[in-house]
Design a protein around this ligand. Structure first.
Ligand code: ZN
Ligand code: ZN
Length: 348
């Protein structure tokens, strides 16, 4: 089969590799779509502590079951499935308390196991046992289903940010995740959604497909002031920083209202993870700062349901479709910000 194999940092080769062979308790899926994530870009340039090369990466995967091991009872050949890539152990301190994203033994598809930038992918037994393999509802395409994974991360983020009825929510960053956050905040009952984005083309894209109540370009106007003006001077109840920017994180602490919640949803570059802020903002504002990353299997199931019910739309987010042989070009497109989501189609 054809696969994109990462041999080391920035050494990605599209080549023929041996067909993976599922064991008794595994399943084999034919990959229909694997979308490129910001993490894939980061892994390409910097590697990852859980990746030992060579590795087939890609973790936003949907496809069709083509083979099941003898002991597999819950899945059948021909089923359309989306696979949640973060596999919790179910036994550790955090798993037992329902905090699966913090699992001490977390394993990742595309990290510890080969992922979806390939024509076929084996789903390991532990992923099946942990409930990571979800049947795709009939009314969803493979492309939409692949985006259940990033949506699941947004759901985890908004759960921990406690977005609730009537909240004024600021989303910083109108990338694919920012656009999902805008929609999800509405589903959770936000009263007002304010989107902050430095790129006017991204802002316009969001305005067209996923319109916020207010769109702010911080290069053209004072975002903090505008948010205060729209909240009777209080600031937003919740702020989600859905971009990888230290400046945005610093500003977010001035956007939030007393007793509000700020979520550092986007991670900062590994070599520049520090920010500066006036700690008296926290002292006097009594607000909370939380970070979130990843998702649990049940978030992925929930994401598929929300997509299937039409409560959240992701189709428009896929701006580029490329065959596997152009994976490197796809990574560049995702990195340049020219693309929203790039879908890799391994059978094109
Ligand atoms: Zn992802
Ligand atoms: Zn665990």
């Amino acid at each position: 089969m054809k696969a994109g194999v990462l041999y080391s940092i920035e050494d990605l080769r599209i080549q023929d590799v041996a067909m993976p062979d599922p064991s008794d308790d595994e399943i084999l899926i034919k990959v229909n779509v694997c979308t490129i994530c910001g993490t894939d870009v980061r892994v390409y340039h910097y590697g990852h502590k859980h990746i030992r090369f060579p590795r087939i990466t890609g973790h936003e995967v949907s496809g069709e079951v083509v083979k099941t091991g003898e002991k597999v009872k819950d899945y059948k050949v021909g089923q359309r499935v989306a696979v949640a890539p973060a596999v919790p152990c179910g036994r550790c301190y955090y798993c037992q308390r329902g905090m699966q994203t913090m699992c001490l033994n977390l394993k990742g598809i595309g990290y510890h196991f080969d992922g979806g930038f390939a024509q076929f992918m084996v789903v390991p037994e532990i992923a099946i046992r942990s409930g990571c393999v979800n049947i795709i509802p009939d009314n969803l395409s493979f492309e939409e289903a692949a985006l259940a994974e990033p949506l699941a991360c947004a759901i985890n983020g908004q759960e921990l940010s406690r977005i609730s009825l009537g909240d004024t929510v600021v989303i910083v960053g109108a990338g694919p995740l920012g656009c999902m956050h805008v929609q999800l905040a509405r589903v959770r009952g936000a009263g007002k959604v304010i989107l902050v984005e430095v790129s006017s083309s991204r802002g316009e894209f969001a305005r067209r497909f996923f319109p916020p109540d207010i769109l702010i370009n911080p290069l053209k106007e004072d975002a903090v002031q505008k948010i205060k003006e729209n909240t009777d001077g209080r600031g937003a109840d919740k702020v989600i920083v859905a971009c990888s920017s230290a400046k945005a994180q610093e500003e977010s602490l001035k956007m939030v209202s007393p007793r509000g919640i700020v979520n550092f949803f986007g991670g900062l570059p590994k070599d520049k993870p520090y920010i500066r802020f006036d700690s008296n903002l926290v002292h006097y504002g009594e607000f909370y700062v939380v970070g979130t990353h990843g998702s649990a299997p049940y978030h992925n199931r929930l994401a598929l349901n929300l997509l299937s019910q039409g409560k959240i739309k992701v189709k428009e987010l896929i701006t580029h479709r490329l065959p596997l042989k152009n994976l490197k070009e796809g990574i560049n497109l995702a990195e340049s910000g020219k693309a929203m989501k790039v879908a890799i189609l391994p059978w094109e």
